[in-house]
Design a binder for this molecule. Structure first.
Ligand code: PLP
Length: 292
């Protein structure tokens, strides 16, 4: 909010809410745009054609956002490395456009829930730009590691996304709930959600330095979550927070080594940040028992 640009950030309660806000805003933007292009179509005809995309490795909240937004979200097959790439998205969009559908948004993940895989944001961004599709990145878990220089690679391509969320209540030591959401053009959300009443009017309306966050979220009222972020940051400092993330990573490295040195177990996916995916060797029944 400190610059002249249209971008902005807001603290939502959860990653699920941030994703839902992005999905709803992208949907409304698409309807407005398509109505201008095709005035012969009714609004309900347009809404019936909308379609969104994510990976089959994305968090359940993505599918849920599709249910709430009444817009199908296609869960595209990630590669064998569990990464979603532009190629798969391009194929799906082209098929859908041919079938008369209207692609609206792709939700990529940086740090999937299952294995902390990172979708290929650069190639997905290229496809989204070509087809005028909103690109949202859910970095609920891994986003905290963006603060580390040695993890700079994880941020590749995020300058090209339309919106992004990460949970401060995961890696950043802030108490639940606290999910930071960033938007390249906040007007798109505000325009989509702006519903006014006389009792909501005030003299500072329309000033970009004083955003009305009720237009950026589902509820009208807001909790003062910024206070606990401020206290956490002031108490630990940037270096304290980085040290915490590094500690998680080093503990995971240690655990990964224990798994590798024990011939009863094997790694299922490469270690990523603080996550080690492993299983007992042999029949899946043994894994199910261990999980139980
Ligand atoms: N996205 C990812 C990648 C997650 O790992 C999770 C939770 O584990 C979520 C979204 C959901 O987060 P929240 O509980 O903040 O909605």
């Amino acid at each position: 909010h400190a610059t002249e640009g249209p971008g902005g950030g807001v603290i939502q309660g959860s990653a699920s809410e941030a994703v839902l806000v992005a999905v709803l805003a992208a949907r409304e933007q698409a309807v407005v745009k398509y109505r201008e292009l095709h005035p012969e179509l009714s609004e309900s005809e347009i809404r019936g054609k909308l379609i969104a995309y994510s990976s089959d490795q994305s968090n359940s909240c993505i599918e849920k956002a599709g249910v709430i937004a009444a817009m199908p979200i296609k869960l595209l097959p990630a590669g064998e490395d569990l990464i979603l790439r532009g190629e798969a998205l391009k194929k799906a969009i082209e098929e859908d456009v041919q079938g008369g559908r209207i692609p609206v948004i792709c939700i990529a993940t940086l740090g999937t829930t299952g294995t902390c895989a990172y979708d290929d944001i650069e190639s997905l961004a290229t496809v989204c730009e070509d087809h005028n599709v909103w690109l949202h990145v859910d970095a609920a878990y891994a986003g905290g590691a963006f603060a580390l220089d040695e993890c700079a690679d994880l941020r590749r391509g995020i300058d090209r996304v339309d919106s992004l969320n990460f949970n401060l209540h995961k890696f950043m030591l802030v108490n639940f709930d606290c999910s930071a959401m960033w938007l390249k053009d906040a007007n798109k959300v505000v325009d989509s959600f702006n519903v006014d009443r006389i009792y909501l009017k005030h003299k500072y309306e329309g000033q970009s330095q004083i955003p009305d966050f009720r237009h950026w979220q589902i509820p009208l009222g807001r909790r003062f979550r910024a206070l606990k972020v401020w206290i956490t940051f002031r108490t630990l400092g940037a270096e304290g927070l980085r040290a915490h993330v590094r500690k998680h990573i080093s503990l995971a490295e240690q655990f990964e080594k224990l798994v590798q040195d024990d011939n009863r177990f094997e790694l299922v996916a490469p270690r990523a940040l603080g996550l080690v995916c492993f299983r007992p060797k042999g029949d899946n029944e043994i894994t199910a028992q261990l999980l139980q």
